[in-house]
Ligand binder design. Structure first.
Ligand code: SF4
Ligand code: SF4
Ligand code: SF4
Length: 254
């Protein structure tokens, strides 16, 4: 079989979901023009959204979602034991994602308020790499299907895939998009890892940083520029917090 013109060896792939919306799995399934080629390239042994296969035997585990319950901790450890390669798919898996906002709350109190006398088992949200070793992280909320396809090609070729080190601004400029930051919109593009092809600025909206930080982002300069444009530090901090990718970056100017 050929996948995008290359000889594929059909590795056994299983896709598992944890805490998240499963939108990243949907990204793998929803691009019809390449789905058949993708399925010819890999032997899918488990993929709940598109297959009734049960997950028996796999070498590559693709994991979508974060860890937020004790049973998920046990399950991800079993998957890790079995997989030769474990891939974290999407910002929930890579950073905890939007689920991580939950960690700002008193979980016992929130559980009582929401579920009354029938509290649900829950843990503070963790990224996959905070529980088990991860071989590859593909960020994005959701992931870019085009980028996942490029990565699959590299896996089949046994070539390392290099994620873009540069920020979203570069892709935005390649498109000739009018800079929304210059127009007064808050945009994390200058400090966010590219690879998504800058859909948010292209649509006239600022980047929310769903892919986490670019390599060596000049955060101080970005913060000074954003504050200089009239954005409040609280608003910047809120945006940085949304997907969990900028953890540890302080928004207080020195
Ligand atoms: S990263 Fe976004 S799209 Fe993917 S599972 Fe999490 S919330 Fe859904
Ligand atoms: S719109 Fe955002 S991503 Fe695009 S060039 Fe301006 S700051 Fe960078
Ligand atoms: S522009 Fe920013 S928020 Fe939009 S997809 Fe890219 S990284 Fe995510």
């Amino acid at each position: 079989m050929k996948y995008l013109g290359i000889d594929a060896r059909r590795p056994k792939i299983a896709v598992f979901d944890f805490t998240g919306c499963q939108g990243c799995e949907l990204q793998l399934a929803n691009k019809e023009e390449t789905l058949e080629a993708f399925l010819n390239c890999v032997d899918v042994t488990c993929f709940r959204e598109i297959s009734s296969a049960s997950g028996e035997g796999f070498t590559i585990a693709i994991v979508d979602g974060a860890i937020s319950r004790e049973d998920e901790v046990r399950r991800i450890r079993r998957i890790r034991d079995q997989a030769q390669v474990l891939v974290a798919l999407g910002s929930c898996a890579c950073f905890g994602g939007v689920n991580r906002l939950k960690n700002s709350f008193d979980l016992d109190r929130a559980n009582r308020e929401v579920y009354g006398d029938q509290p649900k088992p829950t843990l503070p949200v963790r990224a996959i790499n905070e529980v088990v070793a991860v071989d590859m992280e593909i960020p994005g909320c959701p992931v870019s299907k085009a980028e996942v396809e490029r990565i699959v090609q590299h896996l089949v070729w046994e070539l390392p895939y290099r994620f873009p080190a540069y920020p979203v601004c570069l892709e935005c400029k390649q498109h000739g998009t009018v800079c929304v930051f210059e127009m007064g919109e808050l945009c994390l593009g200058p400090i966010t890892r590219a690879g998504c092809d800058a859909p948010c600025p292209d649509a006239g909206q600022g980047c929310w940083g769903c892919r986490g930080p670019a390599q060596d982002p000049n955060f101080e300069e970005f913060l000074a520029a954003a504050v200089g444009k009239g954005h409040r530090e609280e608003a910047i901090a809120e945006r940085l917090k949304l997907f969990g990718g900028f953890r540890g970056i302080s928004c207080v100017r020195r």
